[in-house]
Ligand binder design. Structure first.
Ligand code: SF4
Length: 334
């Protein structure tokens, strides 16, 4: 494998489990947030990671940012285990943008201090050059220099997210992990922030992992899409292929939900007829089977295996040549 083939970031067979105590005297159970999950982020990719709340997306982001360690499996940066890299150097290369800019910005600091903080932490330049860098990046994200003396509470939600983006970019990272960066914003502001992220990607040659519960948001930016369900990636393909012809029944349901968002719940209305399953007690076989309109008896008995082909990856018996679903599909439809 040449250097150019080595992914920037890679998860190899990563599993993450948490011990959850149910009630004061209840038994301790195991919650598997990620299960034997593999993922690659190549230079220049915008990988959209999509799934409902509780599917493991944010756990995956924390592991990629080095904020949590996997229970098993490996996280590689440039082909080297993450533990073998200098933490500060990694933090310079990989920056996060979180969902709620208000809670991620210290309310007692001015915008100038907030954006300059990473430069100070990493000892980049002197005070004068840091002030210059802050003014430049503020301009890049479309904010006037007069806001430098403001506090976060004096800014709108969209302006705060621009500050959070400026703070991430002032370090000139290569990779930005965007964890639901627009879901706390009004719909009218969402598209402005998405356009800004698209412009910044082109200007700075950024690589994005873009996490969202909303395929419509991902459609704006993503070159690749990975669809997650209960800690597994059930489909991964190019954005064009997914939006043209999703293969997994869950991806198909998410695509339908793009047309029918539920503004009350702020989650996709998948029209799948039941709530997301409890990850502490996942359904047998294919975890999606209780909600899947294509499910057959095989689905509750056999765990689907990942099938990889020219289009990417799909984890569903319907696409596994070794599982004969035709008999049961005929029975189900008769
Ligand atoms: Fe649906 Fe069965 Fe495919 Fe799972 S394996 S997605 S239940 S058809």
């Amino acid at each position: 494998m040449s250097d150019t083939d080595t992914p920037f970031l890679e998860l190899r067979n990563v599993t993450k489990t948490y011990k959850i105590k149910q009630g004061l005297f209840g038994e301790t159970k195991s919650l598997t947030a990620l299960k034997d999950l593999s993922l690659k982020l190549n230079k220049g990719d915008v990988l959209g990671l999509v799934g409902e709340s509780g599917c493991g997306k944010s756990t995956l982001a924390k592991i990629l940012l080095g904020l949590e360690a996997p229970t098993s499996g490996q996280v590689l940066v440039d082909g080297t285990p993450i533990g073998g890299h200098d933490r500060l150097a990694l933090a310079r290369r990989i920056q996060p943008i979180f969902q709620d800019p208000y809670s991620s910005l210290n309310p007692r600091k001015t915008i100038q201090d907030l954006i300059a903080l990473p430069l100070r932490v990493h000892n980049v330049g002197d005070e004068a050059s840091r002030t210059k860098a802050v003014r430049e990046i503020l301009d890049v994200v479309g904010l006037p220099s007069r806001v430098l003396t403001n506090y976060p509470s004096q800014m709108s939600g969209g302006q705060r997210q621009r500050v959070a983006i400026a703070r991430a970019l002032v370090m000139r990272p290569q990779i930005v992990i965007c964890d639901e960066p627009t879901s706390a914003l009004d719909v009218s502001v969402q598209s402005q922030i998405l356009n800004l992220l698209g412009d910044l990607r082109r200007e700075f040659g950024l690589t994005y992992l873009f996490i969202s519960h909303d395929l419509a948001v991902v459609e704006h930016l993503a070159t690749q899409v990975a669809v997650m369900y209960l800690g597994r990636i059930v489909e991964e393909t190019s954005a064009a292929a997914l939006f043209d012809h999703a293969r997994h029944p869950y991806s198909q349901a998410l695509l339908k939900s793009v047309l029918t968002p539920d503004p009350e719940l702020e989650v996709p209305d998948t029209q799948l007829g039941m709530a997301y399953p409890n990850p502490i007690e996942p359904p047998s076989g294919c975890h999606f089977h209780p909600r899947c309109p294509m499910a057959t008896p095989e689905c509750s008995a056999i765990v689907p295996r990942p099938i990889t082909d020219d289009l990417g990856l799909v984890e569903c018996h319907l696409h596994d040549p070794d599982v004969d679903m035709s008999r049961n599909l005929q029975e189900a439809s008769s």
